[in-house]
Structure formats: C-alpha cells, structure tokens
Design a protein around this ligand. Structure first.
Ligand SMILES: N[C@@H](CCC(=O)N[C@@H](CS)C(=O)NCC(=O)O)C(=O)O
Length: 234
C-alpha cells in the first residue's frame, strides 16, 4: 500500500485529493512540519528538499523496487500514469495538462505562498514585498480566469485533470490571502464546481485533526518553517 508523507496544507491536500479521486488505498504518515519533523534523516531520505508531500509506492507498475517520490507535480503525474486517470492519453491533451501543472508548481503556488508570507507571517511589514506579491497573485488569477473562460469547463480543457487538483488547494486560500475572487468569475465558477466533488471533500478532511486551523503560528513553528531552525541553517 502507498505511504503518503503528509501534513494538512495546500501541497499536502493535492495528494490526499488525488488518492481519494483514484480510490487508491494509502497509509497516512504524518510529518509535523511545525515541529521540524521534515528535517529528520529518515524523511530526508525520501524527500531531500525537506518538504511534504512525499510518497513511497512499494508496488510500482511493471514491478521492481519500491518507488519513492517527492514534489507534488511529479507525484500527481505518477499516480495519473499508474491509474490511467486525470491525464489524457493523447499528446496534445497530455501536454495541455502538463503545462498547467507546471504553471501551478512554478507560479501559482510559490507566488501565493510568498503573498501569504509577507501579508500574514512576516515579523515586519514590507510594503514593497506585499504589493509585489499581491500584484503577481492578481495577475495569475487573471491568467487562470482567461483560461477558464476559454475552456468553459476545467483548466486544461473539457475534462477534470491533475491540473485542477494541483490548483484547487491554492485557490481555496483566496479569503486568507485577501484575493477578491469575485473579480474572477470563471475562477469562482470553477472553484465552486471542484469544491463539490466528494473526493475533494474527503481529501480536505484527511488529517484535519492534525492541523490547527485558525490558530496563530507559534514560535517553534516559525523557527522550523521560516529558516531559523538549526537544521535549516546547517
Ligand atoms: N514544490 C513543492 C512544495 C512543497 C512545500 O512547500 N510544502 C510545504 C507545506 S505546503 C512544506 O513542507 N514546508 C515545510 C518547510 O517549509 O520546512 C511541492 O509541490 O511538493
């Protein structure tokens, strides 16, 4: 059975949602990133970048040794290939999904992450950084809105795909991130549709009891997450 190394965060939810969508059984391996467990050697052997999610599949297609993966985009692609779901078989369709998947990994995720950092967690207010990331997040929402206006359905076309699964948890943070989603009607429509999916609801509920939604971040979590932990300095 697949082991999912996980904490209930936007990047973690991508994988809990995907596994629920595919109906694949998995064992949850919580990695408490607020307590520094992402720096433990056993976890680093699976995820050298000290980030969740990661997974180990003891039975990869075609046989062979257990496969260990990090980076959510690679993991989504792997599970899509393993199950034949949420990634079109035709070349053009597959690369439309791949392009939007990479757009999420290289653009939407990091920019929304930095926006949240400077808006909500930085110890000092840095207006230049706040404005820079807020503008970039609005630009990215605009890009997604135009794409969804064009497809009229899901991000990479008529069918729900791993591009939708990757983007959804980051758009879900729009209120906290102070993004006026009503300025992006196609994103709003898509978001409401994806949120209704039972597997998305199940994926978001995975490990809900582990997190502390709504609670302010404590000092120890700040140390581990914002680079002041000894392990991060080493
Ligand atoms: N590009 C990575 C990003 C993963 C990531 O940033 N994960 C965060 C949680 S959402 C994490 O593990 N943070 C731990 C840390 O910053 O030490 C992916 O897509 O898997």
């Amino acid at each position: 059975m697949i082991d999912l190394y996980y904490w209930p965060t936007p990047n973690g939810w991508k994988l809990s949602i995907m596994l629920e969508e595919c109906g694949l059984p998995y064992t949850l391996k919580p990695v408490n990133i607020s307590r520094g467990e992402q720096f433990e050697p056993a976890f680093l052997a699976i995820s050298p970048n000290n980030r969740i999610p990661a997974l180990v599949d003891p039975a990869p297609p075609g046989g062979g040794a257990a496969l260990s993966l990090f980076e959510s985009g690679a993991m989504l692609q792997y599970l899509a290939e393993k199950t034949g779901r949420f990634l079109p078989a035709d070349l053009a369709g597959r690369y439309a999904v791949t392009s939007w998947l990479h757009w999420q990994i290289g653009g939407l995720g990091p920019m929304v992450g930095q926006n949240g950092h400077f808006l909500l967690y930085a110890t000092e207010q840095v207006p230049y950084a706040i404005e820079r990331y807020a503008r970039e997040v609005l630009r990215l929402y605009g890009v997604l809105d135009r794409q969804l206006a064009h497809t009229g359905a899901y991000i990479a076309g008529a069918d729900y795909s791993i591009a939708d699964i990757a983007c959804f948890p980051w758009i879900m943070t729009h209120k906290k991130q102070q993004v006026p989603i009503d300025r992006f009607p196609h994103v709003q429509r898509w978001f409401a549709t994806v949120r209704e999916r039972p597997a998305v609801q199940r994926g978001l509920a995975v490990g809900r009891e582990l997190g502390s939604p709504g609670k302010p971040m404590d000092e120890e979590a700040r140390k581990h997450l914002f680079g002041n932990a000894p392990q991060a300095r080493a």
